[in-house]
Design a protein around this ligand. Sequence first.
Ligand code: SF4
Length: 450
Amino acid sequence: MALTGIQIFKMLPKTNCGECGIPTCLAFAMKVAAAQTEIGECPYVSDEVKEQIEEASAPPIRTVKIGGGEHIFATGGETCLFRHEKRFEHETGIAVLVDTAMTDEAVSGRLARFNSLRYERVGVLLKADLVTVKDAQGDVGSFMALVKRVLTQCADAKLILISDHVDTLTAAVQECGVRKPLIYGATLDNAAAFAKIGQASGCAVGVKGSSVDDAVSISEKLLAAGLKDLVIDTGARTVRAVFEDNVLARRAAVKAKFKPLGFPTITFPCEISDDFLLETMVASVLIAKYAGIVVLSDLQGETLFPLLLERLNIFTDPRRPMVVQEDIYPVNGPDDNSPVLLTCNFSLTYFIVSGEIEGSKIPSWLLIKDTEGLSVLTAWAAGKFGADMIAKFMKKSGILTKVKHRDLIIPGYLASLKGELEEELPEWRITIGPREAGHLPAFLKRWQAS
Ligand code: SF4
């Protein structure tokens, strides 16, 4: 059972030295209990206590990491069945498959699309995460050549290596070095050999079951051999069966604390349908319902982008709005005559407003006031976007040193604040901007001409 903050506090040195980045041991203990920081951040806790706390506070689905250095993909770490209960911790990994039976041209196309299909939305980079390299011919030479090619051509890809030959995987793992791949797939017959590579390399091991029961038996064998990082495939290859197995595994781990299934799952939409659109729809079902990784046969912009957006929606924390930092943002290279606009720090508002200003091609200063992620009207209604607060922010923001004029454009929805703001900022002329961001380009052109 998870430890409470007070139980953790009793095991800390209680010196309040602050070296963990938190001023007191009690505050640190509360954060560890809430899974907002890790016990390892305190340098004075003994290994024994660390292990005890980590064990007690570990999530029912273990967090498994693939990769190394700056490029690590984490999956699992989940603690609940439904997003509204808390939040989902780690996004489903999207992987593309290349295998040794493919033509050179086909491999190049998939790797090129892995590198190029990247999108920025609300300040977040959306992209596929992993490349799955499969030994389709049981030939170590062609497999090693393909692994080297992926390592060279896809600098930030995390790798999943699939082979039935443990020696081939051992050689490929050495080639990967610090970019520790996930090695797949351990069966009941070869579990001992997989446990050996997993332990020697520190790589996570993929369980290749033929049913839930079989996956449980393999998982138990690997756990008994001392492995900690597993990813489970129950062997299901229809959308209904994978869906059911994913739900069963999540419920068994979260509700019954059943350890052999307390790991993220790997699923293969690429083996469920030959129709690429249907494969994408299967992937979307599995992203919504508990897949740790989905392996796709290819990446195409028109199908990858919706999957990435679905994933973004499901895995954002429902308790915290997405925000941008309070600051002055230059758009289109402004100078000291450029207009000054103000809005809230709700991510979506920021990206819509800055996008419209950018599209207008008019150099501008965009002031973003911290409203704790609330939109303009909600922030105003909640007392977080009042005239006194805006005035205080304007004074400390540094905008006075960036422009010669004293004209401030505020959102149309804050029109009622004009009088109060003029009192708070007597040297500024307050202009009411449009209510809709889409009207900003025309508004700015008129402002510039006036
Ligand atoms: S580093 Fe350890 S001892 Fe120091 S304040 Fe943090 S928890 Fe307490």
